[in-house]
Write a protein that binds this ligand. Structure first.
Ligand code: ADP
Length: 330
């Protein structure tokens, strides 16, 4: 699809259809389309919308050793994944291979940005010290900052609390051509919220289905959703917390609240296992990454991102016709 075509299709035709079509009572003869005309415009749009269809097909590719894709609909036992697994890889090799995967990501991201038709959302969840920040830094190093947006979700503001729980996340999903990164995500609303009892159980229980619907909306709209759970052991968390206490350069990362949260380790593991079991879908599966070894974690995630982008196969837009004959005026 040419850039021009894509832009026109999305920005104008789609926009006009939705705005005019919102008024379903518009009568024939007015300058607005009738309901029937509106419906057929939507049909035409769906049939001729390669971006959405291609985006829908571009499900995550999991070909890296040691990464476990949670089977949709199955009960998932988090303890079945060894947090210190390394897929039998050699550390020095994996560090070099990481550079190769990063180079693939950078090249493919340029195409994704130029195509401006689809997007990729990377979701990172982990227990405190699980390595979300380090992963984002390692995997996305070198990516054009203009084509990538990271959203870090903290305790909701009062404005965010005044809305439905998905409002703040939906507002930060990546636009066409972009890679979006969620450092924590809509899953917090079935994790910390559940563990700390911030809402009644009936409320958080209702959220798993809503999350699946939300992610289906995204995938059917041309966003490929890659969800990584960084799985560390309780012993590794202890080591990382101790390192933050011992090293003055890491003091800024230390939050005494993490020591309190650690007491709820088992409750968090249960909440993670439920979220992974109930929200792993064919289009947006949960990927569990053994994350005690940072070098292993970085390599397998970079490879999964690169493979998934390659499967999306973004294309540069067609050049303007006759470009080779064009002359730039003096
Ligand atoms: P991080 O640990 O991600 O580096 P912070 O130390 O600022 O960042 O922690 C963010 C905090 O916000 C975490 O304790 C997390 O549980 C909390 N949080 C995120 N989303 C929500 C939410 N929807 N409701 C309540 N707390 C949340």
């Amino acid at each position: 699809m040419s850039k021009k075509h894509g832009k026109h299709h999305r920005g104008q035709k789609h926009g006009r259809g939705v705005t005019d079509g919102d008024d379903l009572n518009a009568t024939a003869g007015s300058d607005r389309p009738s309901t029937a005309r509106w419906a057929s415009a939507v049909d035409t749009l769906a049939e001729s919308e390669p971006a959405a269809l291609r985006g829908h097909r571009a499900t995550p590719i999991v070909a890296a050793p040691g990464v476990v894709a949670v089977e949709p609909g199955a009960r998932f036992d988090l303890a079945s994944v060894e947090a210190d697994a390394d897929g039998g890889l050699d550390k020095a090799w994996a560090k070099e291979a990481l550079d190769t995967e990063r180079a693939r990501i950078v090249a493919l991201q340029e195409r994704l940005y130029a195509e401006r038709s689809r997007s990729l959302l990377l979701v990172f969840q982990a227990i405190d010290t699980g390595g979300k920040d380090g992963t984002i830094r390692a995997v996305l190093k070198g990516v054009n900052p203009q084509g990538c947006a990271v959203a870090s979700f903290k305790v909701p503001s009062s404005e965010e609390m005044d809305h439905d729980f998905l409002w703040r996340y939906h507002a930060r999903t990546p636009g066409r051509g972009m890679i979006g990164v969620f450092n924590r995500s809509h899953y917090e609303d079935v994790l910390v919220v559940r563990v700390k009892g911030l809402v009644p159980e009936a409320v958080w229980q209702s959220r798993y289905g809503r999350i699946n619907d939300f992610e289906r909306l995204l995938t059917e709209s041309g966003t490929t959703v890659l969800k990584f759970f960084l799985h560390i052991s309780k012993a590794e968390q202890k080591k990382r917390l101790e390192a933050r206490i011992a090293d003055p350069e890491k003091h800024w990362k230390f939050d005494p609240a993490d020591l309190v949260e650690r007491k709820s380790w088992d409750a968090y593991q249960q909440a993670f296992a439920d979220a992974l079991s109930r929200c792993s879908t064919p289009d947006a599966p949960w990927l569990v990454v053994p994350a005690d070894h940072k070098w292993f974690r970085n390599y397998v995630i970079a490879k999964t991102v690169a493979d998934t982008l390659a499967a999306m196969d973004p294309q540069f837009p067609e050049a303007v016709k006759g470009i080779a004959e064009l002359k730039v005026p003096d």
